[in-house]
Structure formats: C-alpha cells, structure tokens
Design a binder for this molecule. Structure first.
Ligand code: DHB
Ligand code: FE
Length: 286
C-alpha cells in the first residue's frame, strides 16, 4: 500500500516560472505569492515523498483541440518539457513512476474509467511550475511522477462530480499498490481566472473562498456546480479547479489543513496555494 502523505494545491501561472528563472521570489510583486511556499518546503522536508501523482491540465503542448482526451494518465519512463512560447526555460525531463502508472491505469479501467494511456507525453507549465515551486532548483528531481491530465480546454468538459470520482478511484489504486512509496498528490491550476474574451481579467473572490473552505472537509460541496456553472462563476480558465477536486479525491476521506495562501493577482489569476495533510481512515484507526 502506498503511504499518502498529503496534497499540494497551487495555481500554475506560467509567469511564475519566469519569476523563478529570474530569481524574483523576493520582488514586491512576487513575494506574497512565493511566501505561501515556505510552509510547504518545511512540510516536504519532513514528509519526504518518493512519488508525486499530479492532476493538471495540458494547454496545447501535448494535446490540442483536434484530439482531446477527457482523462489521460502518463505511463512513461520520463516526461519531457518543451518550449510552449511563454519564454520559459525548457526544464530537464522528469522521471516517471512507471510501474505505479500502470497499476493506476489498470485500476481505473477496471473501475470503468475510459482513460487514455500515454507512454509518450510532454508536460507543460501546469506540471512543471508546481514542481519547481515545491522543490526549488532547476535540476532538482526528488520525486518520480504520475501525471494525470484532465481536459479543461475543449467543451464538453468532464463534470466536477466525475473528476472527484476519478480522484477517489486513484485513491483506491494507491491503497492496493504493492509498494510502500510515500506519495504526495498535486492539484494544479485555478483559482478564478479568465484569459480571453469580454470577461478577460475576471476574478471571483467569493467562489474562491468557497472552494478553499470546503476542499478539505467537504469536497462534494464543490461538485454541486456543473462545469458550465464553474466557467460562469470562476472564469473560462477557473474551471481548472477540477484538477484540485480530483486531487482531493485521491487523498482519501480524512485530511487536515496545514497552510493556505491567497493573493490577487498573479498575472490574470487569483493565485492560491493550499497544503492538506492526509489522515488515517477511521476504519484503520485501531
Ligand atoms: C495564466 C494562468 C493559467 O492558468 C495559464 O495556464 C496560463 C496563463 C495567467 O494568469 O497568465
Ligand atoms: Fe492554466
């Protein structure tokens, strides 16, 4: 059985990667956001995960509008990054937890999730920025990864309810895994933001607070809205909250909040960071 240590939830704005590359963490614009990672660095030093299971969305680097899987799970030995056009340095490859990927894929298909399995998959800023935030240092590769991409780009989008169920099925897969790796779950993207159209720059603090207040104790509350409701509430890219919802499902039923940070704006986004620690399931407390 894998040992799930916790969940890291964070915005993945590409400009954060630019700020890291230029060493701007203490610049007045960036400091309020980067300061939110100090508690995460302290916690990671104690939690010592071996593997990161990362729920994110691809923005056109690996999948484009012509072929868009609803859910895709990586099963590669390593994952390459490439130039997305944001001016970010291309990151060196990330090692894959390949055997665990296949176990998760088998469990998901047996659980009737019709996922796409990817033995070759490039990873974009939605995966590289959260890892660079969590483990500073461009060559730092302390964990192997299992990337799980959710379509937040091409309508029709999966429902938040289905994304939570996907995460819960990944949790079951982790409980039935033969290894004893320490696993941290990531949910990336959000919170409210809209990059395009008449509502470009749209942010909804009330909805963001609702998400952060309920994510730990009552994630089902976040599934009372449809995907289209969330586009209206949080902006066309605010729907990336489904990555957080799936990641929360993968943590299991019991979590407690260690830290949170919320700062407006980073680029066009209400930038948020949360750290939840995983607890024992009641049934396993003797
Ligand atoms: C921005 C936010 C995103 O989630 C993204 O994928 C790209 C850009 C932004 O606010 O600039
Ligand atoms: Fe995004």
């Amino acid at each position: 059985m894998a040992h799930i240590v916790g969940g890291i939830f964070t915005s993945h704005v590409p400009a954060i990667g630019g700020a890291i590359a230029r060493g701007l963490q203490d610049d007045p614009y960036w400091k309020p956001f980067f300061d939110g990672f100090h508690p995460i660095h302290r916690w990671l030093a104690g939690a010592r995960p071996d593997v990161a299971v990362i729920f994110y969305n691809d923005h056109g680097l690996n999948f484009f509008l012509d072929k868009m899987p609803t859910f895709a799970v990586g099963a590669a030995a390593e994952y390459h990054n490439a130039d997305e056009g944001w001016g970010l340095p291309v990151m060196k490859p990330f090692p894959g937890a390949q055997a665990l990927s296949w176990h998760i894929i088998e469990h998901l298909v047996n659980s009737e999730f019709d996922i796409t399995m990817c033995q070759d998959m490039t990873v974009d800023h939605a995966l590289t920025v959260p890892l660079a935030l969590s483990w500073p240092g461009a060559d730092n590769r302390p964990v192997k990864i299992v990337p799980i991409a959710i379509n937040t780009v091409q309508h029709p989008l999966p429902s938040p309810k289905r994304c939570l169920a996907l995460g819960r099925a990944v949790h079951e897969a982790l409980l039935t895994w033969e290894g004893a790796e320490r696993v941290v779950i990531f949910g990336t993207g959000g919170l409210s933001h809209q990059l395009d159209g008449e509502r470009a720059g749209f942010i909804n603090k009330d909805y963001d607070r609702f998400c952060m207040d309920n994510l730990g104790a009552d994630p089902d509350a976040l599934t009372t809205h449809s995907a289209v409701d969330i586009v209206e509430l949080a902006g066309s890219q605010g729907i990336e909250i489904v990555n957080w919802i799936a990641a929360r499902g993968a943590m299991g039923p019991h979590v407690h909040e260690v830290s949170r940070n919320y700062h407006i704006p980073i680029s066009n986004t209400a930038a948020a960071t949360m750290l939840l620690e995983a607890g024992q399931a009641l049934s396993r407390v003797a």
